[in-house]
Each structure stands twice: as C-alpha cells, then as structure tokens.
Design a protein around this ligand. Structure first.
Ligand code: DGY
Length: 312
C-alpha cells in the first residue's frame, strides 16, 4: 500500500499511530532521506518538525498533498503562501503550548534576576563561605513594567505570570490598535514599540517570526530599553539582533538575557557563551510530556479533519 501520511518522527504519545491506523498507511522517515523523498509522490499529509524547512520545490514532488502539518505553533519553516495557493491546508498546534512556554520564560526570568546559575555554581563549588549581606544580590520585579511582544495565547499566559509577580504587563503586537489586551487576569495597554521599550524593565518575546518581526529588535531599538533591562526570548531567534544584545551585555547596559531559541539553531553564536548574565536553554519551551502529547493530538486531529475524517 502507498503511504498517505508521511512523518519525520513518531512525535510523543499515540496520536500519530492512531492517525496512521485511521488513514493507512503511515511512513516515518528522516526528513530529506531517500525514503522520505520517495514517499512524497503518494503522500496526502506531511508531519514535520520545526527544524525541518519545507520548500515549494518539495510541494512539486507531492501532487496528492492535502495537508502539511507541523509539530509546532510556529510555521516560519513552511512555504505557507505556496500551500495556500495550491489549496494545501497548513496544520499547526496553536494554544496548547502557551502555558508550558510561558512557564519556561518565567524560569529564564527568575534564573536571571535571582542569579540562580551563579548561586548553584557557588553552592556546588565547595568554596561557599556562608551567608553575607551583599552576596549575589539580584533584582526585584514587583512594581516594574513587563513589555510583552505578541498578544497571542503565549504572550497572555506570560502576562498572567508577570502579573502574579506584581509586575505591570504592557503589550505590542500586530494589531497595534491602541485597544487594551485582556490577558485573563486584567486588561493591559497595547503600545507602539517605541513607547513600550523605554518602560520595560523586562522584555519578553512571544510573537511569531514573520517578515515584519524579523530583525525587529535592532541596536537602536534595544538602546530604548531602560538601563539594566532583562530580555527573554522563547519565540524565535531571528527577532532579536543577537550581536547587538551581546554587545550591550558586555557594556553592562542590559541586566541579562535569557534565551531558549537562537538564530540558526541548533548552532549557538559563541558570543552568547562568552557574554555575562545569560541563561541559555536548548529550545525547551513546549517540552513537557503533557504539552507535547496535546500538541501531537491537536496536530493529528487537524490532519484527520483535512483528510475528511476524525481521530478516535
Ligand atoms: C513552537 O511550537 O513553535 C515552539 O517553538 C516549540 O517549543
């Protein structure tokens, strides 16, 4: 039998296997392997990871394609416009990873502001001499403003966490209509970027990487932040000018940068490894078992619907 579902990974949980049973047959082959390329001719649905950039030329080899699914909320690695022109549905996983990603952004924030990495190293070093009044002093957050780029589910989930810490969330997003954002625990102002940055003791990125947001945070933009501001990026690497941020860390102009995503990942600009006051994670935003299972189910449900059926 010819494959109908062509995936590059078994994902997490049972959803993909159920999809394969519902729409036989399922082939799992590494992205761009010979088996994957050969299966394109018959595939009606692709299941890809965020690290697998599909091109329009791939679509040319897949004439029966009805759905391109990605195990991510982000779709910047897919030829979305070409899919639209060809009537191919793009299926992603919005919403279900908002809490997990916001939790990770919060982890980055507290690790930076309470100097968790340095404290841990000191505790493990054998060289700790005991409590001292000025030891590893961090930065308090209550009463400060948290600028959030992106008013979608993850930006709102992070706003709730910032609110719980006593911070005041403000938003910038594509809407930019000046109307407030209802983030679930209150209303927050939506500001132009130039107004948001000077107020933001913390700036957290939760917007998609699009032509409008690519390179959004340039050196002149970063210089609008208050002295000692903290930047968190759990969205996409291309939004922040990495060289500019590294330079500002060395100058002591930024309080710290916490990253889960990088331009050109999995390679990490070595400048980050040498820069002071950073916390660096390997793209773990959605990495809880519950979240990844929910993502797999949402994705496979969406593909099943596109193929004219449903799961379970
Ligand atoms: C996504 O789904 O785009 C996230 O980056 C995964 O963590």
């Amino acid at each position: 039998m010819n494959t109908r579902i062509l995936a590059t990974s078994p994902l997490v949980g049972n959803a993909l296997q159920e999809l394969g049973a519902r729409f036989p047959e399922l082939t799992i082959a590494p992205f761009r392997s010979i088996a994957w390329k050969m299966s394109l001719a018959h595939a009606e649905a692709l299941v890809l990871l965020l690290s697998e950039p599909l091109t329009e030329a791939d679509l040319d080899l897949a004439p029966r394609l009805k759905a391109v699914g990605t195990f991510s909320v982000a779709v910047n690695h897919l030829p979305v416009e070409a899919c639209r022109r060809r009537g191919i549905e793009v299926v992603n996983t919005p919403g279900v990873l908002a809490d997990a990603t916001a939790d990770l952004a919060l982890t980055l924030l507290l690790s930076l502001t309470r100097r968790v990495r340095e404290g841990e190293l000191l505790a493990r070093s054998g060289g700790w001499k005991g409590w001292a009044p000025d030891q590893l002093l961090g930065t308090s957050l209550a009463g400060k403003t948290c600028g959030i780029l992106g008013g979608g589910p993850t930006g709102k989930a992070f706003a709730r966490r910032a609110w719980a810490l006593g911070m005041r969330p403000v938003f910038w997003d594509r809407e930019n209509k000046g109307t407030p954002v209802d983030f679930g625990a209150g209303l927050a102002r939506r500001l132009p970027l130039a107004d948001l940055l000077p107020q933001s003791a913390v700036l957290s990125l939760h917007c998609p990487l699009t032509p409008e947001t690519r390179g959004l945070l340039t050196m002149p933009m970063l210089l609008r932040l208050p002295e000692g501001a903290f930047i968190l990026n759990t969205a996409r690497g291309g939004i922040l000018d990495e060289e500019a941020a590294i330079q500002l860390l060395h100058q002591g102009r930024l309080g710290g940068v916490g990253l889960d995503v990088y331009e050109g990942e999995p390679a990490i600009n070595t400048g980050w490894l040498k820069a002071p006051r950073t916390v660096l994670l390997p793209h773990l935003g959605s990495a809880t078992r519950e979240t990844r299972e929910a993502m797999a189910r949402l994705l496979c449900d969406g593909i099943a619907r596109t193929l004219g059926g449903k799961l379970g």
